[in-house]
Design a protein around this ligand. Structure first.
Ligand code: ADE
Length: 345
């Protein structure tokens, strides 16, 4: 950062913190600015759990899961002692199931250690904790002078600095900038204020610049089209894969399910039987002899590809898993298939 830029952002953190004191969102995992000022200390377990859930998930969607997890497993020792399949079932619908497996691994490691590491470097060594989560937990839970730079913060600073260069390099530049600006005495509120600014004011499509405490120092606002930033390379479209999924209903509305292998997509989750998935629709591989009937298609977008499954249903005279428990424990793609296959009465 050159001297001009330093001067330019001189009172950024003061302005941001003043704005945050007046505008902070109330969130179930958050110690708000008033309580923080009174010395209320956050529980690192809850801070960490929320951060893991909030990666690539919205606040409204994550909230229900956060409340359910903390009610059922109020302390890290409780989560560490939970059965794998109970945690995977409780995670169903949040997506990114490798994260749930790492969540459990991490809880078990910390329970064995007996305490959380309280530095960025220490946190980074735990399963499932990358640079973002380490920065966030270090700042929010331990008051370390660390930055939590996610897509929201990228957007805020891409605009403040009107970054026009190659996005990969610009991202590194802005991360260094944010780290430089974290105030030593209030790193947690600085991180939370940036999260709130990105979520409520500096929004992706139509930023509310009139409400922004940083408006006068924002280069993109001065140019007149802040929503242009960040300028990212075009994404290549995701390939679509095709397959079949089988919903076999037994007695009492029960449903045939299978546990998916630990490795791979949806690893360790409860699932419905499927054919292989491929670029062209494979031949159907029915899991049993029955009166199979195609009832439609479901589509679900994963990180690297979209999946379209032809949904088949049939009836059998055996008894399988409990219908409600099954519906709750299935990842979204299978929950959609089950819903489509249910009799419409
Ligand atoms: N996004 C990521 N972490 C968050 C948090 N702790 N609160 C609100 N939004 C977030």
């Amino acid at each position: 950062m050159n001297m001009d830029e330093k001067l330019h952002f001189a009172d950024l953190s003061d302005r941001l913190l003043d704005w945050y004191a007046a505008s902070a969102r109330e969130l179930p995992w958050r110690i708000g600015p008033t309580d923080r000022a009174k010395g209320v200390k956050p529980d690192p377990y809850r801070v960490w759990l929320a951060e893991i859930m909030l990666q690539q998930t919205t606040v409204p969607h994550a909230t229900r899961y956060y409340l359910a997890f903390t009610q059922r497993w109020p302390r890290i020792e409780d989560l560490a002692a939970a059965k794998d399949e109970d945690v995977m079932a409780a995670w169903a619908g949040l997506g990114y199931y490798a994260r749930a497996r790492n969540l459990l691994k991490c809880a078990r490691e910390v329970a064995v250690l007996g305490a959380w590491p309280d530095s960025v470097e220490g946190l980074r060594k735990l399963p499932g904790i990358g640079p973002y989560t380490a920065g966030a937990v270090a700042a929010l839970a331990f008051g370390r002078q660390a930055a939590a730079v996610d897509g929201n913060v990228d957007r805020v600073f891409a605009r403040l600095m009107a970054l026009k260069g190659e996005w990969k390099l610009e991202k590194e530049r802005l991360k260094a900038e944010v780290e430089d600006l974290v105030p030593a005495d209030r790193p947690a509120e600085f991180a939370e204020a940036l999260m709130d600014l990105g979520a409520t004011v500096c929004t992706p499509k139509s930023p509310n610049c009139l409400l922004c405490p940083l408006r006068s120092m924002c280069a993109a606002q001065a140019e007149g089209q802040p929503q242009r930033y960040p300028i990212k390379p075009k994404k290549t479209p995701k390939p679509t894969r095709l397959g079949h999924v089988y919903v076999l209903f037994g007695e009492g509305g029960s449903v045939m399910t299978e546990r998916r292998p630990d490795k791979g997509l949806l690893g360790g989750m409860l699932g419905l039987p499927t054919s292989d998935w491929a670029d062209a629709l494979p031949a159907s591989q029915f899991p049993s002899q029955a009166n199979w009937e195609a009832v439609g298609e479901v589509r679900h977008v994963f990180t690297h590809f979209a999946l379209t499954l032809t949904v088949w249903r049939a009836d059998a005279d055996q008894s399988y898993s409990d219908p409600q428990q099954t519906a709750d424990a299935l990842p979204s793609v299978f929950a959609k298939a089950l819903k489509l296959a249910l009799p419409t009465r």
